[in-house]
Structures are given as structure tokens and as C-alpha cells.
Design a protein around this ligand. Structure first.
Ligand SMILES: Cc1cc2nc3c(=O)[nH]c(=O)nc-3n(C[C@H](O)[C@H](O)[C@H](O)COP(=O)(O)O)c2cc1C
Length: 320
């Protein structure tokens, strides 16, 4: 059974962005569910045996905290033996196991993973059945609508197979794999998926404001919404969506507030081994759209350590 979610707005998995500190921050700001970035089933299997020798668990490889719960881990890769092993390895630590069938990156699709699987009906069915039988925790799925414009309705068959095999929730990002991030997400496809499905549907794609989230729910009748790029450097969005859905109004936040929230993020990174280059990337995102932001970002790029970065952000704060 799926856990109870405290809100209808979820944080999307984002490789290179959704680190454990950012996830925790979004959770504290009202995200109903947070999902790890996608993780290779082969790397989980390989890491686990190395970690076991050192009496460590997979938590050393995929860092998280209990405060993030309910927490979902996203897996990718289609080798059924590795899939079963990886699912069993991560099961004790996570509340939901999510499967990636949307990633458009060529280095993923070329290894018959991510979005490429949408056109592999038989393999897909085996993947779902392997996962659902391997673990007792709920298994969910994240898909794009299809591979090319000509196959943009592949999600219909995949969703049916998923439901038959016991997948408990589906997130749809209604762009095709070949579309990448161009054009708009076609929310009509989320509406259609909701109409044909008997399991909860998470709508995803192009939500950047509380109004967008409400419109998606109103237009498609989806059960939950998932936000990726709109939440980058902007964890306030979850609180705003929750308030807007409840009361039709929400607090506005200034860029000063956003800079403040970068320091909250920074504080949370202390408990994890997050690389400095990655933290710099987050600093860039927290300054996006800010007056004087591009100047600030060129300084951020040059910073060599946390102290320098803090100073740059503090100066930015003083002059904003
Ligand atoms: C930098 C980045 C990394 C992403 N990594 C993942 C990932 O690991 N797994 C996944 O399912 N989707 C991934 N996505 C896709 C997002 O989860 C989401 O489906 C997509 O960005 C559309 O939502 P948005 O318009 O709210 O950003 C990624 C997107 C971005 C921008």
C-alpha cells in the first residue's frame, strides 16, 4: 500500500540536482513526497558488495535521512537479474520503489533503459512483474508519453500493463523522449491517463507557480502534481502550492528570502558528503532570476570553497 502523503505536491527526481539536503529542504517546505535521483541497478548491486565487505550499508552510497519520509528511490536499468537484486537491496531503506521509463539521455536509452523501454512492451511487462514480485514495498512508475511524435500514445499500453502487474502509482511527464524539453508538456495526456487508470496518477511537466499546479489538477483531475525545474532554488513553491490549494492565496517570497533559504540548504548539507561543485550548482539555481544574479553567478563559478561561497552569497544578500 502507498504511504499517506502530507501534500499533493511532490518533488521530482532530478539527477545532479535533487541531493539529500535539497530533498529534505523541500520536504520541510511542504513536499508530500521526495524521490531520489535515478540510480543504476548495476551500480547498486556492485556498491552493495563493496560496502558489505566494509560492514557498511547502501545508505553510504545513496544518502538520505528519516526526516525525508515517505521517501522514494528511483531505479533504472532493464537487466532482470540485476533489477531483482537491486530492488531487494534497497527495499529495507525506502518506502517506495520507483522505476524510470522516461529518461531521454542517449547514454541511458542506448542501454535499453529510461524512455527507450516505452516501445518494448514484453520487456516492460517482465520488468514490472520482476519488481513487484521482488519486494513488498509499493512499486511506482515514471514515464514519458512516448518515444516520438508518431508514438506519443505509448503511455496508454504501458499504463495498462503497469496496473495489471501491480504498479501502484504512475507519474506522467507528457513529452516524448525525442522532444527532450522542447515544446510544452501536453497536459491533455495526463487527463486521458487519469480517465483510463484505476491507480493514482501524478501529473508532471511545466509547473512553475501555485496557479500552474492548481490548473493542472483542475484540468486533468490528477491525484498529485510533481515539480522539477520549478522547484530548483525555489523550495518555497511547495508551501505556496499547499496554501493555494487550501485557501486560494499564498505568501510571496523575495529574492532575499531565497538567498536565506540557500543558507538553510547549506546548513543541511553538513550531514552529507555532497561535493562542493554540486553545492555551487545549487547556489547558481538559488540566484536565478535575481537582480544582479548573473554577476553573482560569475563570482560563484570562481569560488573555491564553502567559505568563499558563503561570503559571495552574503555580499549578494547585502546588495539585493
Ligand atoms: C536536471 C534534471 C535531472 C533530471 N533527472 C531525472 C531523474 O533522475 N529521473 C527522472 O525520472 N526524471 C528526471 N528528470 C525529469 C524530471 O523529473 C521531470 O520529469 C521533468 O523535469 C519535467 O518536470 P518539470 O517541468 O517540473 O521540470 C530530470 C530533469 C532535470 C531538469
Amino acid at each position: 500500500m502507498l504511504p499517506k502523503f502530507s501534500s499533493r505536491a511532490f518533488l521530482a527526481p532530478m539527477a545532479g540536482v535533487s541531493d539529500p539536503a535539497l530533498r529534505l529542504q523541500c520536504k520541510k517546505m511542504g513536499a508530500g513526497l521526495v524521490v531520489t535521483e535515478f540510480t543504476s541497478i548495476h551500480s547498486i548491486v556492485a556498491k552493495e558488495s563493496q560496502l558489505k565487505e566494509r560492514m557498511k550499508t547502501i545508505q553510504e552510497f545513496i544518502e538520505f535521512s528519516d526526516e525525508e519520509r515517505p521517501l522514494s528511490i528511483q531505479l533504472f536499468g532493464s537487466d532482470l537479474t540485476a533489477l531483482e537484486k537491486a530492488a531487494k537491496i534497497v527495499e529495507p531503506y525506502f518506502d517506495i520503489i520507483d522505476y524510470n521509463m522516461g529518461c531521454p539521455a542517449p547514454h541511458i536509452t542506448q542501454q535499453m533503459a529510461g524512455g527507450a523501454l516505452l516501445q518494448e512492451v514484453n520487456l516492460t511487462q517482465q520488468i514490472f512483474s520482476t519488481l513487484v514480485n521482488a519486494v513488498k514495498k509499493p512499486v511506482t512508475l515514471k514515464i514519458r508519453s512516448g518515444v516520438t511524435d508518431a508514438s506519443k500514445f505509448l503511455f496508454r499500453d504501458i499504463a495498462e500493463i503497469a496496473e495489471d502487474e501491480g504498479i501502484q502509482m504512475i507519474t506522467l511527464h507528457p513529452r516524448t523522449v525525442s522532444q527532450g524539453y522542447s515544446g510544452n508538456a501536453d497536459w491533455n495526456l495526463i487527463k486521458e491517463l487519469k480517465e483510463i487508470s484505476g491507480i493514482p496518477i501524478v501529473g508532471n511537466g511545466d509547473i512553475t507557480t501555485p496557479e500552474d499546479a492548481k490548473n493542472m489538477i483542475d484540468d486533468t483531475n490528477c491525484d498529485y502534481v510533481m515539480i522539477g525545474r520549478g522547484a530548483m532554488g525555489n523550495p518555497f513553491l511547495f508551501e505556496q502550492i499547499n496554501d493555494y490549494l487550501k485557501t486560494n492565496s499564498y505568501n510571496e517570497y523575495s529574492f532575499k528570502d531565497r538567498l536565506d533559504s540557500f543558507f538553510d540548504y547549506l546548513h543541511l548539507t553538513n550531514q552529507y558528503t555532497i561535493k562542493f561543485a554540486h553545492i555551487k550548482g545549487q547556489a547558481m539555481r538559488f540566484t536565478k532570476g535575481m537582480k544582479g544574479g548573473s554577476k553573482l553567478r560569475s563570482k560563484i563559478t570562481l569560488s573555491k570553497n564553502i567559505e568563499e561561497l558563503e561570503k559571495i552569497m552574503n555580499d549578494g544578500y547585502a546588495s539585493s
